[in-house]
Structure formats: C-alpha cells, structure tokens
Design a protein around this ligand. Structure first.
Ligand code: PRP
Length: 231
C-alpha cells in the first residue's frame, strides 16, 4: 500500500474488471457485421445493479470501431465529408470513430430526441440544428443505435432537403427486430437482439451513458427509476 509524504495510507483504487468472458459474436457472412448472439453474464465489478449482461466489452468496441474506420476511409478516399453525429447518444462513438479516420472531414452535430425519457420511442424533437452548410456536400450520419428507424429516416430526409449531395449512415448498434420503418445503415458496428441496452453513450432516462461497455439494462432499474431510487 502506498504512503503519502505525511505517512498516511492511501487506499488503492478499486480496479474494475472489464474483460472477463466476452459476449458471443457470429459474423454475418454476407454483410461482415458481427451479430451478438448471447451476452456475457459476468458483470464488471460495480455495475451489477445496473446491467444483467454485457453486450460488448470495451475491447470489442475498440476493435470494431477500428474496422469501421478502415472501411469508411477506404470508401471515402480523399473526398471531404461532413460527419453529422446525432446528439446525445452518439457522442462517445463519434469521438472514437473519427480518430480512426484520416479525413478530410468536418464534424457537426444535430440534436434529436425520440424516447422522451422512457424505453419506448416517442415524438421526434430537434434540440439543435447544424452549424455548417451541407448543401452540395457528402454527409456521413453517425448514431449510436438504429432501433425503429424513425430517427435516421427523418434525419436523412432533412439532410437531403438541405441539399446534401450524398448521405451515408453509420451506427454502432442495429436492432432489426424493432424496426417500424424500412431503414438500413450503410455501416453497422454490431447487430443485437431486442434487448434494452445502456452504456457507451446509450442511456436509460439520461443515465448510464458513461459506462465503458454496452450492457443489458436490468428491468428492476426501470422500476427503481420510476420510484426515484435508482443510483
Ligand atoms: C436514441 C438513439 C437514436 C434513436 C434511435 O436517441 O440515440 O438516435 O433513439 O431510435 P429510433 O431508431 O427508434 O428512432 P434518443 O431519442 O433516445 O436520444 P439520445 O440520443 O439523446 O439518447
């Protein structure tokens, strides 16, 4: 145990175990997208009350984003793209994704929200508009999850209405079982079953975005949040 100059003992920081028993993935032969078949049930220390399973570990997320970056860079070539990230969920993803790209690129954000604090999709509300002109430009929309598809569909329409020359889409997670409108993403990190997931940008009632991994939210948390007792 370390001692300070004054001789008082410092308690070592509790280390969080994050890489134990990884979720099982199956790579789709036609698309190359890894599909999460089962989540790991050993939960990183300190997160047991929040999630019941781990969908993607920090290392899996890192590796997949590296691969996505290579695919994007290959397809983009030397053209300049406006990367439009959808607030708030995509912040962690876009920050890591653009560091895998050589560019040239411009980063901008659209604030759009659909869940209204619960687990079901609600009305789509724009909370922030673009800062840059996209007229005549190539745009890559980046989002954390493609769920019902309503958000991505609306944003693509908006960007086309603004005169974008080309719009492509990249999402970290795709949940095809929840789709309500016909919408696909051009680049997908992982396909997942119909689990309510949090972490790495994804929230429940604005919480848990900071988790360094993606996990399945415990149903008890929903009840505790309603009672105001969730941590
Ligand atoms: C979530 C998520 C996507 C959208 C996907 O955003 O970040 O943008 O929902 O859902 P959909 O495919 O059913 O439209 P949310 O509205 O919760 O806002 P947030 O990004 O601030 O979490």
């Amino acid at each position: 145990m370390k001692k300070t100059k004054a001789g008082s003992k410092l308690k070592p920081r509790a280390s969080k175990v994050l890489e134990i028993r990884v979720p099982r993935l199956r790579v789709d032969a036609s698309t190359g997208v890894p599909e999460v078949e089962s989540c790991a049930t050993r939960i990183p220390e300190g997160y047991e009350d929040i999630v019941s399973g781990v969908v993607a570990t920090p290392a899996q997320i890192r590796r997949r984003i590296h691969d996505l970056g290579r695919a994007l860079q290959r397809d983009f070539g030397k053209n300049e793209w406006v990367v439009v990230a959808l607030l708030n969920g995509s912040v962690l993803f876009v920050a890591d994704l653009i560091r895998e790209l050589e560019g040239p690129l411009i980063l901008d954000f659209i604030g759009v929200s659909s869940y209204g604090g619960g687990t079901e999709s609600g009305k789509l509300v724009y909370t922030k508009e673009l800062k840059f002109e996209v007229t005549g430009r190539r745009v890559l929309v980046v989002d954390d999850i493609l769920d019902t598809g309503r958000t991505l569909t609306a944003v693509i329409r908006k960007l086309k209405d603004l005169g974008a020359r080309e719009v492509r889409t990249c999402v970290l997670l795709d949940k095809p079982a929840r789709r309500q409108v016909k919408q696909v993403a051009d680049y997908v990190g992982f396909t997942i079953p119909d689990w309510f997931v949090v972490g790495y940008g994804l929230d429940y009632a604005e919480r848990y975005r900071h988790l360094p991994f993606i996990g399945v939210l415990r149903p008890e948390v929903v009840a505790e949040t309603a009672r105001g007792t969730a941590r």
